[in-house]
Ligand binder design. Structure first.
Ligand code: 8YV
Length: 326
């Protein structure tokens, strides 16, 4: 039987690409230049499977160009907001993602930002690198203590829970808002406080972390009006998707001192970063590094391979996502 043809839109770790070549007729992107829309449309007209990443917009128009053979989109990543799930499903295309394997790495990065923003660590690093540090002083560069603070987690899924466990280790009180309350045993383990109303929770938090997926419902969940509910000393951490926060309103709130600071790994128009945010000192800006570990990226690739292979073998791939999941 001929090997299935698989279009991989970006360069993946060596070990993943090698295994893909063994198992599939894989069309790799060796120089890693992102594919334009026309190129992508032409390419998916003839393949059996597509492996996109967060940098590809797989909207209804792109999906309409898929040829009759294309039956699976195996996303390299857990977030699928860049894929029109309804259009894929309507065309009988299975969509899969890569959950679990990036949970711990992303939670590590979120915790790092929880520490970096209130303690002003990026600012401190810049001070030293710029040769502007004049020596220790009792009142110089003071940040806020982490221990004893309240962390509000929006979206208590895998990554939210993993962040909560880390925060407990730092003596931080866990609060959360989620579509559903988590299991009693987990809530007890985390000593977590559930807020059914996000609006109510916001007013009581010292640090807020976004850990929910970007969907039609969560787009600009942190709107200008909601940002106004946060206390002035609050820090916002976002390792999920930029579009969950109204970025322009966030920049305004940070500039005006309506909130104390932010730690961001994701942006509304990646890789473009809001000009206002770039000018501000009280924001830590990272280039979407949540799952960027060698081990994590190889594990994500292995998940993609398992999903492609089980599908090619006529089984249901393990990590199917449906429009109703999000
Ligand atoms: C990935 C991510 O690097 O998995 C996700 O949803 O945001 C990142 O950690 C990216 O999506 C790869 O496509």
């Amino acid at each position: 039987m001929a090997k299935p043809t698989v279009l991989v839109t970006r360069k993946l770790p060596e070990a993943v690409e090698t295994r893909m070549m063994e198992l599939f007729d894989a069309r790799l992107n060796l120089d890693d230049v992102p594919m334009g829309r026309a190129e992508l449309k032409a390419a998916i007209a003839t393949v059996d499977a597509l492996v996109p990443t967060v940098t590809d917009t797989i909207d209804a128009d792109i999906i309409s160009a898929a040829g009759p053979k294309l039956k699976i989109i195996a996303n390299f990543g857990v977030g699928v907001n860049h894929i029109d799930l309804a259009a894929a499903t309507a065309k009988g295309i299975t969509v899969t993602n890569t959950p679990d394997v990036l949970t711990e790495d992303t939670a590590d990065l979120a915790m790092a930002l929880v520490l970096m923003a209130p303690r002003r660590l990026s600012e401190g690093e810049r001070l030293v690198r710029d040769g502007k540090w004049t020596g220790w002083a009792p009142t110089q560069h003071l940040g806020y203590r982490i221990n004893g603070k309240r962390l509000g987690i929006i979206g208590m899924g895998r990554i939210g829970v993993a962040l909560a466990r880390r925060a407990r280790g730092f003596g931080v009180a866990v609060h959360y808002h989620n579509r559903q309350r988590i299991a009693d045993a987990l809530e007890t383990e985390l000593e977590a406080t559930y807020w059914q109303s996000l609006d109510q929770m916001l007013a009581h938090m010292d640090i807020l972390s976004i850990n929910c997926p970007l969907t039609a419902e969560t787009k600009h969940l942190l709107s200008e009006a909601r940002l106004k509910r946060l206390p002035k000393h609050c820090f916002i951490i976002n390792t999920s998707r930029g579009g969950i926060i109204d970025e322009a309103a966030l920049a305004k709130a940070l500039r005006n001192g309506d909130i104390a600071g932010a730690g961001l790994d994701v942006y509304e128009g990646e890789p473009k970063v809001n000009e206002e945010l770039l000018k501000l000192d009280n924001v830590v800006l990272l280039p979407h590094l949540g799952s960027a570990t060698l081990e994590g990226r190889i594990a994500m690739g292995e998940k993609v391979i398992v999903n492609l292979r089980t599908h090619a073998d006529g089984h249901k791939p393990p990590d199917r996502v449906l429009p109703s999941d999000f």
